[in-house]
Ligand binder design. Structure first.
Ligand code: GLA
Ligand code: GLA
Length: 689
């Protein structure tokens, strides 16, 4: 039906009004949904239907705008083979809509039903030791098995036919936390086919993997083993890449079922797990609409630096704002001792998420299941259906998101500095750590922390992301460096960029083979220096120079300079003889750009000095100069506005002097030039025009 002129005029006026009021969808593409959402994981299939309305009323009262449902409900959606039952889900979604709560639908493929795994045992995954999984847990499926793929496609397609145009369904979550690969016969065949496609001939494999070593020479692809450890490092790296590509095709299998039947405004994503490196997130995200991750504190206390870095990592998966699909309502059930976040820290974390570019924060889970493996997990409402203490804090978050959302709509974090996260390199180092303490994530965080403190904004990106626009790019340990990536890095420096390389960078080519020119491989000539030898350390080695005096541990490389304009910035002091008085960090200026190579894992104070100088050289300024330690500064901006979020992660009061008068969007006062923040306090500020 053709729309009358009045309709378009009305729609236009509505759009203008929405734009003027700032009510522009940001978290979703649905203009009638709020720009920032608070949500919860809700499992209606676990509860008698007469209780739903009460649950949803309590959600509405807490300003909960979104529920994720369905991701483990396969046995309820398809109780027997090919027999689909969606009536209950229709009713749950409709009732949620009545309470102004929209829905993300999870495809239930992380939890196949018992009838399936019993009748088709090939759908169950096989572990590395050849053992097939059993029913009763979850994630027991084989991600390669064609039968499983068919079942997954069919349920996703049936769901999409049914819900693809439900106006209250804003998006899709595929499966849940992709994790374990399969080592069964199908996976083996597919791995061999994948290798054959990539290498063409087995001779090519033998050459790149140097298989003459230990008589690994292969006569055919079928002879290549399937192992995730204690193998040729080239094979191990290819296995991880195969696993990544398989999760990508696993996603595409469901996307191809959903997309043709879904409203284009409905996004498709999956929920990921922070630093988890079971596959390359960039590969998998290449086919997803947005990134979403599950933010849980895995340490005893909330480490806000690490958590902020994980947000930045997730933002880098698609280089845009993202969803926190799950986070803890104060505590989890899977650590040895599940200590809670302190009162106030749930809110602190929620605003940190927004500060780093999340548009949604969803709590796992709404209500304890009556039974099951997670009876002790944190919730908002107990099994009795009444709120637990943290409910009030979430309600406050909901109120604040509703209040500040319209102003935050359309904004995103922007940064002058980037830190490169590279799965190939992380895997390559982990296959052969050489020094037990060389955890690539810890090393990444050693670079991240001072960078974040001083610049107040860091992008964590893939080596394939565009670098132009960044004033400073740091590669903590880009162990696997292709010639193409090296060319791109050199072009970045030639264009005036400042590049800092950490230890172990440029040691291997993309086949995990050693570069004959030694580190940093294809960058050595450009740097005008190289690594003569590397050493694992188990004690401090002194070093001093431009960044002051300090120590290195875990790793130290003996560098040499091979060009007259390459400067030595730091030298080792007396230690094992090899390193004595040798260069530890060198740098070369190329036009207006610089390339700096740091050969050691240096202590936090030296790291701090190094960062200070790198930022100064690159001309990067902090957002709020006077922020005290422990007060995090985040900025989200758009062409016409700038929002500054301050979070006091300390247990004492702090105050911050602002660069100019600002209005606190979640406070009551008028414009302020100084903000007082109690312990775990938050201010969401907009500059006054
Ligand atoms: C043993 C083996 C060698 C080599 C060395 C490495 O001695 O015989 O092949 O692996 O260890 O230390
Ligand atoms: C993961 C899962 C959820 C739940 C939580 C508990 O994130 O996705 O289903 O098990 O952990 O913390």
């Amino acid at each position: 039906m053709r729309m009358g002129w009045w309709w378009s005029a009305t729609a236009f006026i509505a759009l203008v009004a929405m734009a003027a009021s700032g009510a522009i969808a940001q978290a979703t593409k649905y203009a009638d949904q709020p720009p920032l959402l608070v949500g919860a994981a809700w499992y209606p299939e676990q509860w008698p239907e007469p209780e739903w309305d009460h649950d949803l009323s309590l959600m509405e009262a807490a300003h909960i705008d979104v529920v994720r449902v369905g991701e483990f409900a396969w046995s309820t959606m398809e109780p027997s083979e090919g027999k689909y039952e969606f009536g209950w889900l229709d009713r749950a979604i409709a009732l949620a809509a009545k309470h102004h709560i929209c829905v993300v639908l999870g495809t239930p493929t992380a939890a196949p039903p018992a009838w399936m795994t019993t009748k088709y045992p090939e759908t169950l995954r096989v572990d590395e030791n050849g053992r097939r999984a059993e029913h009763g847990n979850r994630q027991q499926f084989s991600f390669t098995d064609p039968k499983y793929r068919q079942f997954a496609h069919d349920i996703a397609e049936q769901m999409a036919i049914h819900f693809g145009h439900n106006p209250n369904v804003v998006g899709w979550q595929l499966d849940n936390e992709y994790a374990d690969p399969d080592f069964g016969p199908t996976a083996r065949r597919q791995f061999h086919a994948w290798l054959e496609k990539k290498y063409g001939t087995v001779a090519n494999v033998n050459q790149h993997w140097a298989t003459a070593y230990w008589s690994q020479t292969y006569d055919s692809f079928d002879e290549i083993p399937l192992r995730a450890e204690r193998e040729n490092p080239a094979l191990l790296l290819e296995w991880k890449r195969f696993v990544s590509e398989t999760w990508k095709s696993y996603s595409l299998n469901q996307i191809s079922a959903i997309r043709p039947h879904a409203d284009p405004r409905q996004f498709i994503t999956t929920n990921t797990m922070g630093w988890f490196d079971g596959f390359d997130e960039y590969t998998v995200h290449s086919v997803l609409d947005l990134a979403a991750w599950d933010d849980y504190i895995s340490t005893d206390t909330y480490d806000w630096i690490d958590n902020g870095a994980r947000h930045d990592l997730a933002r880098g998966f698609k280089n845009k704002n993202f969803w926190v699909m799950e986070t803890e309502p104060a505590f989890v059930n899977w650590r040895p001792t599940n200590t809670p976040l302190e009162k106030g820290q749930v809110r602190d974390m929620a605003w940190q998420a927004i500060g780093h570019g999340a548009d949604v924060v969803e709590y796992w889970q709404w209500r304890s299941a009556p039974n099951g493996q997670e009876e002790y997990h944190g919730v908002l409402v107990g099994a009795d259906g009444t709120p637990v203490p943290v409910y009030d804090e979430v309600r406050q978050i909901g109120e604040e998101f509703a209040k500040a959302g319209p102003e935050i709509a359309g904004t995103a974090p922007h940064s002058d500095v980037a830190l490169v996260n590279d799965y190939d390199s992380r895997w390559a180092i982990d296959f052969q750590r050489h020094s037990a303490g060389f955890d690539p994530v810890k090393e990444m965080l050693a670079f991240y922390e001072p960078l974040r403190m001083r610049s107040q904004a860091v992008d964590v990106i893939s080596i394939d992301a565009p670098l132009d626009g960044y004033k400073l790019v740091e590669l903590p340990a880009l162990n696997v460096l292709s010639q193409a990536a090296a060319d791109k890095l050199m072009a970045y420096v030639r264009n005036g960029g400042h590049l800092v390389l950490g230890p172990r960078t440029g040691m291997k080519d993309e086949y995990n083979a050693l570069y004959p020119e030694r580190q940093p491989g294809p960058l050595a000539e450009f740097l005008g220096g190289r690594v003569d030898q590397f050493y694992a350390l188990d004690q401090n080695v002194p070093l001093s120079g431009d960044w002051g005096a300090g120590t290195a541990n875990v790793w130290a490389e003996q560098l040499s300079v091979r060009s007259p304009d390459t400067k030595v910035l730091m030298r080792y002091g007396k230690s094992n003889g090899w390193l004595d008085d040798q260069p530890a960090a060198i740098s070369r200026q190329v036009g207006k750009g610089t390339i700096t190579y740091i050969g050691a894992w240096i202590d936090p104070l030296l790291m701090e000095e190094m960062t200070k100088e790198a930022l100064q050289q690159a001309g990067v300024q902090p957002i709020v100069r006077s922020a005290p330690a422990g007060v995090e500064v985040c900025q989200r901006s758009s062409a016409d506005k700038s929002i500054v979020i301050l979070i006091n992660h300390n247990t004492n009061d702090e105050h911050v002097d602002l660069p100019g008068p600002m209005r606190d969007l979640i406070g009551n006062e008028g414009p302020v030039s100084r903000v007082n923040l109690p312990a775990y306090g938050v201010a969401v500020l907009e500059a006054q025009k």
